[in-house]
Design a protein around this ligand. Structure first.
Ligand SMILES: *[C@@H]1O[C@H](CO)[C@@H](O)[C@H](O)[C@H]1NC(C)=O
Ligand SMILES: *[C@@H]1O[C@H](CO)[C@@H](O)[C@H](O)[C@H]1NC(C)=O
Ligand SMILES: *[C@@H]1O[C@H](CO)[C@@H](O)[C@H](O)[C@H]1NC(C)=O
Ligand SMILES: *[C@@H]1O[C@H](CO)[C@@H](O)[C@H](O)[C@H]1NC(C)=O
Length: 236
């Protein structure tokens, strides 16, 4: 059950990467920009996320306190190793994925498939990633705001809100990044961290997830299931 929930949350809290002049009209706001591979490297903190799933805000906020990613160059060209470090219900988790940058598109293949582009942003140290995410027959569009900082200005957040509105996405899940991020486990081996990279989802669980995520009432059911299992999880 916990694996199922991790995968569900992972699908809803994906990945990442930007920079340019202030932009205003929808046409400008949703304009993909060039992705400079070397500028992707390092630490990025996920600050806000909006998806096409009604109810995803509740789901993400209930489970995910914050998440950041350490992007390093892999040995092959145009390939990156992403280490996602998530804090969920007070505990630390890591997820390793490989990411490619081809034709200005970021692709991650894991339990899910993410295909993303970088949108224009006036925020100098932010990445705004617009992605298509699929797991089984579930297709989710997501817009994510990542920054080098744990907090961006109200104007920067407002620009992200406008971008999401231009794309007709749901209300945002705002991460609680000022509350303390989990450390990179390689630098802080004393922190108890669970690696969820190898977690998988059975075809039965996938069918259930497909069903639940297809409606707002399904998402509410999923929230109930998670709340019931959270009590036992907290005692682990
Ligand atoms: C990433 O790619 C490397 C090299 O191809 C492979 O050994 C590793 O298992 C991959 N990791 C994941 C999480 O897929
Ligand atoms: C990248 O773009 C070129 C030219 O449009 C195309 O031929 C190639 O198939 C694309 N590669 C991928 C991996 O999509
Ligand atoms: C996302 O999917 C749509 C079609 O559903 C496609 O037009 C768009 O190019 C895709 N975007 C990316 C970044 O793959
Ligand atoms: C990111 O990973 C690299 C390689 O493991 C490491 O040297 C670096 O310190 C990490 N960055 C952070 C902020 O943890």
């Amino acid at each position: 059950m916990m694996e199922f929930i991790h995968v569900a949350v992972t699908v809803l809290s994906l990945l990442p990467l930007g920079r340019s002049a202030p932009v205003t009209s929808c046409e400008n706001l949703i304009q993909p920009r060039e992705i400079p591979g070397n500028q992707l490297l390092g630490k990025w903190i996920l600050l806000a996320e909006r998806t096409s799933i009604p109810g995803s805000k509740m789901l993400v906020q209930m489970l995910m306190e914050n998440t950041w990613v350490n992007i390093t160059a892999a040995s092959e060209a145009d390939t990156f190793n992403n280490l996602q470090i998530q804090k969920k219900m007070g505990k630390c988790f890591t997820l390793k994925t490989n990411m490619t940058l081809v034709n200005n598109t970021l692709t991650i293949l894991h339990t899910y498939r993410l295909s993303g582009v970088l949108l224009n942003t006036g925020c100098p140290d932010c990445l705004v990633i617009y992605s298509n995410n699929t797991i089984g027959r579930i297709a989710v569009k997501a817009l994510q705001l990542l920054s080098r900082r744990v907090k961006v200005s109200a104007a920067e957040l407002e620009e992200f809100t406008k971008q999401a509105e231009c794309l007709n996405l749901q209300p945002p899940a705002i991460m609680d990044s000022e509350k303390g991020l989990c450390p990179d486990p390689t630098l802080a081996p004393e922190t108890k961290t669970t690696d969820v990279t190898a977690d998988s989802i059975s075809s039965d669980e996938l069918s259930l997830l497909e069903k639940l995520l297809s409606s707002e009432s399904g998402v509410k059911t999923l929230l109930d299931m998670i709340q019931r299992s959270m009590a036992s999880f907290k005692q682990d």
